[in-house]
Write a protein that binds this ligand. Structure first.
Ligand SMILES: [Fe+2]
Length: 311
């Protein structure tokens, strides 16, 4: 059976993608950001997922304001990088996993979660930047990716609670897929930022760090945050953080925080990143069914100690 082995969240700041594409990653400003993902890339190289389910939002690249699905599931065989105004990013075409995606579509829709099935879609920085941060810049992405787009650009976006419950439904779908696949779920976007208006440049590190703390310890508390609170505390674009709750909902209640990174600013955005694994004792219980993956994950966790960056 397929299994979710970890959840990863990270900001998907477009300027990070531009820094990679323009070979500026060694410049002091950007090195501060990229150095925070070095351990994450090591962790990912150990984890070696068979499939990534990546929760992100489209930034008017695949969906114009003429039609914006609240939740959209990429079921295609591949997803080319979108032209976001400067030509498509020089990153590999994302290969999908149509079989697992179709299974998730069936499972979540029969579970009364009416997700939009998308059979043709280009993907923008919301998806490609986190892929770079966790996998580097390979010629081909090392595993298939199932994109899940969440509307956080056109009012009204879904609630954090609804996003969390979508994560739950995705987990149920993955765990009922018959093939032995090791799946990592990404939640992307955020953290606090506002890109226009009188409060442009807003960053609220206190809110962000409390969000990271509760993502590990008390995610249900986060599901009660209302849209207005996100806007007030984390800026207009801080609403992207509801997408982290899809990732968290896809994990067990108890998790181990394997790694965390937080720095400000990147462009005008707070960059946050966290890696969560199922609680080890829970993983031990399931060793009988999946000895190898559990052992591998424990070794990976041992290599990457929790690293809280205080800034
Ligand atoms: Fe975004």
């Amino acid at each position: 059976m397929a299994k979710i082995i970890a959840g990863v969240s990270s900001s998907h700041v477009p300027a990070i993608g531009a820094a990679i594409d323009n070979k500026q990653t060694e410049e002091p400003y950007w090195k501060r950001v990229f150095s925070g993902f070095e351990k994450s890339k090591e962790w990912m190289a150990q984890a070696k997922p068979d499939v990534v389910i990546l929760i992100y939002n489209d930034h008017a690249s695949a969906f114009s304001v003429e039609m914006v699905p609240t939740f959209a599931l990429g079921c295609a065989a591949e997803f080319p990088p979108a032209d976001e105004g400067w030509g498509p990013r020089p990153v590999p075409v994302v290969k999908g996993h149509p079989q697992l995606a179709a299974h998730i579509a069936q499972s979540v829709i029969l579970d009364e979660f009416d997700i939009t099935v998308v059979n043709k879609m280009e993907v923008d920085h919301g998806l490609t930047v986190p892929m770079n941060l966790l996998f580097g810049s390979p010629k081909e992405w090392p595993c298939p990716v199932i994109p899940v787009a969440v509307n956080v650009v056109l009012y009204p976006p879904p609630t954090g609670h609804r996003c969390f419950m979508l994560g739950r439904a995705i987990r149920k779908a993955v765990e009922s897929y018959p093939e032995d696949l090791r799946v990592v779920v990404f939640g992307t976007g955020g953290m606090s930022h506002q890109i226009s208006g009188p409060r442009a440049g807003l960053i609220n590190s206190k809110f962000d760090k409390a969000f990271l703390d509760n993502l590990t310890k008390d995610p249900k508390k986060l599901t009660r945050i209302q849209h207005l609170e996100y806007m007030r505390e984390a800026g207009a674009e801080g609403i992207e953080m509801v997408m982290w709750l899809v990732m968290r909902g896809a994990l067990e209640d108890k998790v181990d925080e394997v790694y965390r990174f937080y720095t400000v600013p990147a462009s005008n955005t707070a960059v946050g990143h966290i890696i969560l694994e199922p609680h080890r004792r829970a993983a031990k219980k399931s060793v009988g069914k999946a000895k190898k993956p559990a052992g591998k994950m424990k070794r990976a966790a041992a290599r990457v100690k929790i690293d809280r960056v205080r800034s």
